[in-house]
Design a protein around this ligand. Sequence first.
Ligand code: AMP
Length: 330
Amino acid sequence: MFPRRVLCGIQPSSVPHVGNYLGAVKKWIDLQNSGDNLVVMLADLHAVTIPREPEVLRKSILETAASLLACGIDPKRSIIYRQSQLPHHTELNWLLSTLTTVQKVAHIPTYKSKVKDDAPIPLGLFLYPVLQSADILLFKTTHLPVGEDQIPHLQLCTYMIEKFYHYYKQNIFPVPELLATETNRIRSLRRPEQKMSKSDFEERARIDIMDDEDVIRERVMKALTDFNSQISYDRQQRPGVSNLIDIYAGISGQSIETIVKEAQRDNLNTGAFKKQLAQLIIEHFRPKRLEYLKLLDDRSHLLSILENGRERAREIADKTLNEVKDVMGL
Ligand code: AMP
């Protein structure tokens, strides 16, 4: 009943890191190249849930766009645009907020984990999953390539679809399905018990995919491992070295077993393995980085790609929003 459409969202608060790349971007490109209709949304409205330095944000939105294009998002096949350039998101956000309850949203684990006792709670943080549902429903998204941590958000979205049907008796939204990403969560290079994150205050904890070669090498070489210098895989007991193996597997496409077996066969210690990994990352991203720098050099071309994406996104968003308002009697 609904054509297959995939929504891919990323906060453009900084260039994607290796975790974003392996857990999301690489997967999006595979989907695109196997014929899926992709909407790639630079989630800049989500990025200002925490107020940002405007000039830094403006710059990183363009850098994120350039890095996605350089990695293989093809603007002829996929729609790539900035969320803040379509007011439809915030309008649908309001309409959807009438379909859920404060209790339901407060129950979401990602929200609960961010709320500290007695500290003031930014309202935007609370409403974040409702805006996310608006993003999903605006495009009548059928598939979402996101991690399992997003399941509670997806459940909220499904709840609102049910409520919409309950009140208005019209079935206008597909229930989106999660396209689980197979890669393990990539973890921080400094605290491997946590995931690699853009919001980590310690820059050394991550590798941004467009970092220059020296930075990549230095961050890999300084990644925290343990006192055992052998290569073996155990995410619980040896999170540091296992994380490096996960990155190696994600980029090379080799299985974890093969990587460990070969490292043991070649008698590699963690230092030598890190050297190999750094080289692998550098070579993988080298051509992409050249393309990225070229794209950033031609700002008007980059802006015209985003503008074109916006117009194509607007066509879909106009239709959905008009339909929703019509059904609601507005
Ligand atoms: P964000 O940076 O939060 O906008 O995330 C963009 C996408 O990257 C989402 O689909 C996340 O699930 C994915 N992602 C973020 N951090 C990681 C990580 N450390 N490992 C794997 N995937 C990640």
